[in-house]
Design a protein around this ligand. Sequence first.
Ligand code: NAD
Ligand code: BDP
Length: 247
Amino acid sequence: MKILITGSEGAVGRCITPYLAKEHSVIATVYKEEFLNKYNNENIKELILDVESLENCINTIKDVDAVIHLAGIPYPDSSFDDVLNKNMIATYNILEACHINKIKRVIYPSSAYAVEGYPIDKQVETTDNVRPKNFYGVSKCFGEAICSYYGYELGLEIIALRIAAFNKVEIANKKLSVRDLSAYLSKRDLCHLIDRCLVSKMDKPFYILNAISDNTYKRLSLENTKSIIGYKPVDNAFVECDIDLKQ
Ligand SMILES: NC(=O)c1ccc[n+]([C@@H]2O[C@H](COP(=O)([O-])OP(=O)(O)OC[C@H]3O[C@@H](n4cnc5c(N)ncnc54)[C@H](O)[C@@H]3O)[C@@H](O)[C@H]2O)c1
Ligand SMILES: O=C(O)[C@H]1O[C@@H](O)[C@H](O)[C@@H](O)[C@@H]1O
């Protein structure tokens, strides 16, 4: 497959870009020139793409099978102004470019923050109403809604993954909060999950799926992720595990 990644220089992008390049041809787009030339890999082509420009998105996002849209702001304490351009308008730009250029599938990283307002002792299902706790979470609810629109009404195939505490390094020192332990997602579980999102046949044009490891207590239910796309997580933040946190 040919896959384009936005914000590939970020934490999630640095994990999945080299992984996907083992089997696929990857266009790793970055925000600025200083992030270019990080890979010496014939399966990875590096380009600049500012996702806040619709014109740039339309000109760059073409001739690929799938787009993984990671560019944006991942901070729960962001202001409305922060997320308006970088998360909300940028997500519109990506989906509009994908629609115009007939891209088949999009993977959108939503967040547990779309439902973080629920008490910590509730395990949240993807069928529960959204309940954001901050403007970052609001921007992810917007992202899920606009993905649903482009999926059901405009023909794209889109999976919104509610990623939570991805690869938190504090696990090594046992400093993670109960929330972060129960929402933990390891690198290898993320890579496997992205694989499943790319290859699984979709019987609806839009899914919201939870994205955590097989933690003993799960903040987010994994039933749908397992049954719909065959996700088989192997890590568990509550037990001693062999995750190499320095990678
Ligand atoms: N890391 C997590 O635990 C986590 C959890 C849930 C969801 N997510 C989501 O996954 C995505 C990636 O998260 P991350 O942790 O890799 O974040 P990150 O901040 O490490 O990476 C995001 C990248 O986007 C780039 N960027 C910012 N503005 C841009 C623009 N205008 N054009 C192009 N690129 C731009 C930044 O340079 C940055 O490297 C985000 O949407 C985040 O909300 C992450
Ligand atoms: O989007 C998210 O869920 C995550 O965003 C990251 O930036 C936070 O550090 C992490 O705690 C969140 O779980």
